[in-house]
Design a binder for this molecule. Structure first.
Ligand SMILES: NC(=O)c1ccc[n+]([C@@H]2O[C@H](COP(=O)([O-])OP(=O)(O)OC[C@H]3O[C@@H](n4cnc5c(N)ncnc54)[C@H](OP(=O)(O)O)[C@@H]3O)[C@@H](O)[C@H]2O)c1
Length: 265
């Protein structure tokens, strides 16, 4: 299916690896120009080279720009907008907060989590939606987490900060920008086999003294699909939410979790 977005330009945050890179790849395959952001320049430049190789085989040869910056800072966001001003698509993403016990989290830990996983997406929405509305097309996809629907106790910082973003998005997506071709949706990953998941599984193995492969197998057994998801699958859903065809989907929380969330709604 042609998603009708070739020639559009996307800002994809947290895109040097994992789910963000999966989204950037899917958008490039659709002919979308991408500006990819991550802090570590080396991994980011390697990812950008990979995306450029992909773009060379796409009919309209979309451009790829890499911006090594921390998207949670005003300077980082300024660098992203210096690379391109009028984004048609924005994928918000940054690393998730660390797991732990809420008794150990002080104000600073909370401010950091809220900054990365709530206020940064809000700043990016604020900076782009009015321009998108004036031009008649816009797609914002916030990478959040299935923990928004089914909280995970040790991920309290994520549960809390992302719920704040979810509430904000539910309101702003339904303001008059909705009638001007702008959609805002949250894409909720369950368990995807990225470095983040590998890190949390390795941490759990160390803590419990169990073999990491045993833990991975047990976790996958609890997912109805029987496996972890791939960044490619996640990226494909993101590209669809950015498509012309998805123009009537807004203010939604779209789960991609292999059926792990057990509820009907
Ligand atoms: N994978 C899963 O199973 C899963 C499940 C639920 C939720 N999530 C959430 O989905 C998001 C993406 O996860 P992932 O698995 O793709 O993680 P990942 O593999 O660790 O990749 C995170 C990406 O974000 C970049 N990043 C982190 N902090 C950044 C910042 N401040 N500014 C700019 N870029 C930043 C990282 O590069 P640098 O470090 O170089 O900046 C990297 O490119 C996270 O918020 C995570 O909590 C993931």
């Amino acid at each position: 299916m042609d998603l009708g977005i070739a020639g559009r330009t996307a800002l994809v945050c947290g895109a040097s690896k994992g789910l963000g890179l999966g989204c950037a790849e899917a958008l490039v395959r659709e002919g979308v120009n991408v500006v990819v952001v991550a802090r570590g320049a080396e991994v980011l430049n390697a990812a950008a080279a990979q995306l450029e190789a992909l773009a060379a085989g796409v009919a309209n040869k979309p451009f790829v720009k890499a911006v090594a910056a921390d998207i949670t800072t005003p300077e980082g966001r300024a660098a992203a907008f210096a690379a391109h001003a009028d984004y048609d698509i924005v994928v918000t993403n940054a690393g998730g907060p660390p797991p732990g016990d809420f008794r150990d989290w002080d104000r600073e830990a909370w401010i950091k989590a809220v900054d990365a996983n709530m206020l940064t997406p809000i700043e990016l929405i604020k900076a782009t939606v009015d321009g998108m509305a004036a031009r008649g097309y816009g797609r914002i996809v916030n990478i959040t987490s299935s923990s928004v629907k089914a909280p995970i106790d040790i991920l309290g910082l994520s549960n809390g900060a992302r719920s704040g973003l979810t509430g904000f998005v539910a309101g702003v997506a339904r303001t008059p920008i909705a009638a001007k071709g702008v959609t805002i949706n949250n894409l909720l990953p369950g368990a995807f086999d990225t470095d983040r998941l590998k890190g949390t599984m390795a941490g759990a193995a160390k803590k419990t003294g169990q073999d990491v492969e045993v833990l991975r197998a047990a976790r996958q057994k609890n997912i109805p699909a029987g496996r972890f998801g791939t960044a490619e699958e996640f990226g494909a859903v993101c590209a669809f939410l950015c498509s012309l065809q998805a123009g009537y989907i807004t203010g939604q929380n779209v789960l991609t979790d292999g059926g792990a969330y057990p509820g009907t709604y």
